[in-house]
Design a protein around this ligand. Structure first.
Ligand code: PMP
Ligand code: GLU
Length: 411
């Protein structure tokens, strides 16, 4: 079978690969603690499940309109108007099979070959492959811990050229667990106002899971940006609905021109999301706020706890998570050392692989997140506090048993 270059050249999603590996190890009866999966450990709130079950048993099993039912699109538009301050109507919304596919469709609808996409890194593993699948060219802006992994206005200014088509922004951030403050968003906007040819794809899938004093500021709510921001969100993370595959985009510019283009593509690809989940979208967005807040509070407690545990490890540095459910420690203090099982650690990949083999703790090596990611691992705290405690205890013991650094040993 001759596989296309396109398919051959794209790496598989490393986050999903680790999740699958942990699942397989558990099925074999191994004692594994998974900090890999970026998915809530909660079950979907009952009121949402009931809405879908009722629609299913009531016969809502036929094709539905490609961008979503009018009720579901209106529920999304109302949420974005009321909670995010985005001036939009149902015509500016499309609902897709997970926010991952929403980002993919948006890039397919925006990019022509050679168009540049500014991407601050470390960034979610799927962005680069998606940019490339759309024929775009990634322009990486590497950030580091000194700015809490946030791109500065100066860095943005430098990265923009006449070929820039898109700025792909993700706040709160996967994998960094940090978020742009409202002032920082405004600082980026001041630069973007000078470059009206740049469209912003703003992935706000973690916007409800924030732990600081300030809520997320949606760039699309600022009047000067309304017509050139695509706001992307979905139900997976905030409502614990990863398996349902529901994402959406809002793009009011040109009276929904981008949404029409995305719908056209979707009509040739998936037709729509699953029909009987449409009423669940309405239920989640209109009646699910208290449920989301309950889960957010639990995540906030875990963010604090895991940060206390991880920052106590000798030589390991990491900012406290302010959003999403990830902590992103710099583990480069382990490089040049040997694990208790005899593996020499030179990279985050070696670290993660030896850690899993020797302690049963799964973390995601930061390499595929780009930028300085290769010095980091990502740990998801979308898991119970007991497992966080036990996993961190195993990691601390293991770190304590690494051999002395070679430089120290020879010096
Ligand atoms: N964006 C980011 C930054 C993510 O971490 C994820 C996680 N999968 C997604 C988009 C997509 O979420 P989903 O497809 O489950 O809606
Ligand atoms: N976004 C989650 C993660 O980063 C789920 C897996 C994926 O889609 O990448 O782990």
């Amino acid at each position: 079978m001759n596989i296309s270059n396109r398919a051959r050249n794209i790496p598989p999603s490393s986050t999903l690969a680790i999740t699958a590996q942990v699942r397989a190890m558990k099925a074999e009866g191994k004692d594994v603690i998974g900090f890999g999966a970026g998915e809530p450990d909660f079950t979907t709130p009952a009121l949402i499940c009931e809405a879908a079950a009722k629609a299913l048993s009531g016969g809502m099993t036929h094709y539905v309109p490609t961008p979503g039912t009018p009720e579901a699109r209106e529920a999304v538009a109302a949420k974005l108007r009321e909670e995010n301050g985005i001036d939009c109507t149902a015509d500016h919304i499309c609902i897709n099979n997970g926010a991952k596919f929403t980002v993919f469709l948006a890039l397919q609808a925006l990019l022509d070959p050679g168009d540049e996409v500014v991407l601050p890194t470390p960034a979610w593993v799927s962005y680069k492959p998606m940019i490339e699948l759309a024929g775009g060219v990634m322009v990486e802006v590497a950030t580091d811990a000194s700015s809490d992994f946030k791109m500065t206005p100066e860095q943005l200014e430098q990265a923009i050229t006449s070929d820039t088509k898109v700025l792909l922004l993700n706040s709160p951030s996967n994998p960094c667990g940090t978020m742009y403050s409202q002032d920082e968003v405004r600082g980026l906007v001041a630069v973007l106002e000078r470059h009206p040819h740049v469209v912003v794809v703003s992935d706000e899938i973690y916007e409800r899971l924030v732990y600081g004093d300030e809520p997320n500021l949606s760039m699309g709510s600022l009047a000067s940006m309304r017509d050139r921001v695509v706001t992307i969100n979905g139900l997976s993370k905030a409502f614990a609905m990863t398996g349902w595959r529901i994402g959406y985009a809002c793009a009011p510019g040109g009276d929904g021109a981008l949404i029409k283009a995305m719908n056209k593509l979707q009509s040739q690809m998936t037709s729509s999301i699953t029909s009987f989940t449409m009423p669940a979208v309405v239920a989640a967005l209109t009646e699910g706020r208290a449920e989301v807040e309950g889960m957010r509070q639990i995540f906030a407690g875990r963010a604090k706890r895991i940060h206390e545990l991880v920052s106590a490890w000798d030589g390991v540095v990491c900012p406290e998570p302010t959003g999403a459910f990830y902590i992103f420690p710099d583990i480069s203090c382990s490089f040049g050392r040997t694990s208790p099982g005899g593996i020499r650690i030179e990279s985050a990949l070696d670290f993660a692989s030896a850690l899993l083999d020797e302690t049963g703790v799964a973390v995601v090596p930061g390499n595929d997140f780009l930028g300085p990611g290769a010095k980091h691992v990502r740990m998801s705290f979308a898991t119970s506090e007991d497992l966080i405690l036990e996993g961190c205890r195993r990691m601390e013991d293991w770190l304590g048993q690494l051999s002395a650094c070679e430089q120290v040993a020879s010096g």
